[in-house]
Design a protein around this ligand. Structure first.
Ligand SMILES: NC(=O)c1ccc[n+]([C@@H]2O[C@H](COP(=O)([O-])OP(=O)(O)OC[C@H]3O[C@@H](n4cnc5c(N)ncnc54)[C@H](OP(=O)(O)O)[C@@H]3O)[C@@H](O)[C@H]2O)c1
Length: 275
């Protein structure tokens, strides 16, 4: 297949590159390619003529989106509109990567694909608006919601915990924010299966199970064999964005197709022990 991947240098983009088996990929990312330019996207994507576009590019700094909502809107909403427009002209489906943060976290049970979103912050609102654009304009779309992502590069929670352990030997993590740590490689593998199937609509594909950031940090240290560092429950910084307290994304739609995500602890262990 010919696959265009926006955000090709991000965590998920790198995983899609790493886990690719024989597809022809076009990586679309800054600084060469800016999804906020309609003409640039249409001409680039029309020229490549992909069988599918996997749209991962986004402004993912949740507090940053709160500080500069105009930029968040431009990248996450206008950028998505541009990808949708190009896909319409080409006639190809789009995989839109979305987030557990579209939910408000007040449900004590898992959120299913058919539950109603209620985003609480700018980032989540822009991602939800992106979902709606994709759904309204493209009959052939996959909206794939994932959660606390980690993968290639130093900009993720696991790498931050390892750095704090190394540099300070202690850290403080909240106990009242819960989600599903999700290995980008697992999402990439699931996406490569999903796009071979005409199973359009919403899919929930985080690793299974939830934990607090405090529990996640402790598990990272345990699996990495670091016994000297300590994690204290609490919070040492004030978040700008309002984020849901607890979201577990229930996988109903993909599980029906045999796409089941492994427990987050197993995936984390593989991530920490790979060479
Ligand atoms: N990270 C998470 O915890 C998480 C959780 C749930 C859902 N998601 C969703 O999953 C997707 C992938 O997340 P990720 O963690 O892989 O993101 P990421 O590492 O931040 O990567 C996003 C990529 O998009 C690029 N990008 C930003 N603005 C762009 C623009 N105008 N034109 C072209 N490329 C642009 C970024 O470039 P720069 O680095 O130069 O800005 C970056 O390479 C996102 O859609 C996100 O909303 C993420």
């Amino acid at each position: 297949m010919r696959i265009a991947i926006t955000g090709g240098r991000g965590q998920l983009g790198c995983a899609l590159h790493e886990r690719n088996q024989g597809n022809e990929l076009l990586l679309v990312d800054l600084p060469e390619h800016d999804i906020t330019s309609l003409s640039a996207m249409v001409s680039l994507l029309q020229q490549f003529s992909p069988d599918v576009i996997i749209h991962t590019a986004a402004m993912t700094d949740v507090d940053g989106c709160e500080k500069t909502p105009d930029i968040a809107y431009k990248v996450n909403v206008v950028g998505t509109r541009n990808i949708v427009s190009a896909a319409l002209l080409i006639g190809c489906p789009v995989v839109y990567i979305s987030t557990d943060y579209v939910f408000d976290g007040t449900k004590s049970q898992p959120y299913w694909e058919y539950d109603d979103p209620n985003p609480l912050c700018v980032y989540a609102r822009t991602k939800w608006m992106g979902e709606q654009l994709v759904r309204q304009h493209l009959a052939r779309h996959y909206i794939v919601r994932i959660a606390w992502l980690y993968g290639a590069g130093p900009r993720n929670f696991a790498q931050t915990v390892l750095r704090l352990a190394r540099e300070r030997g202690t850290m403080t993590m909240v106990t009242d924010e819960k989600g599903s740590p999700t290995f980008a490689n697992d999402v990439a593998d699931a996406l490569y299966t999903l796009i071979t199937l005409p199973a359009y609509g919403i899919h929930h594909l985080p690793n299974s199970g939830i934990c607090s950031r405090y529990e996640w940090a402790n598990k990272i240290l345990e699996l990495a064999g670091i016994s000297k560092a300590t994690v204290n429950p609490g919070s040492d910084y004030q978040r700008l964005a309002r984020v849901p307290k607890s979201v577990e994304l229930g996988n109903y739609m993909s599980a029906n197709l045999g796409i089941v995500m492994r427990p987050w602890q197993e995936a984390l262990s593989e991530y920490l022990h790979r060479g």
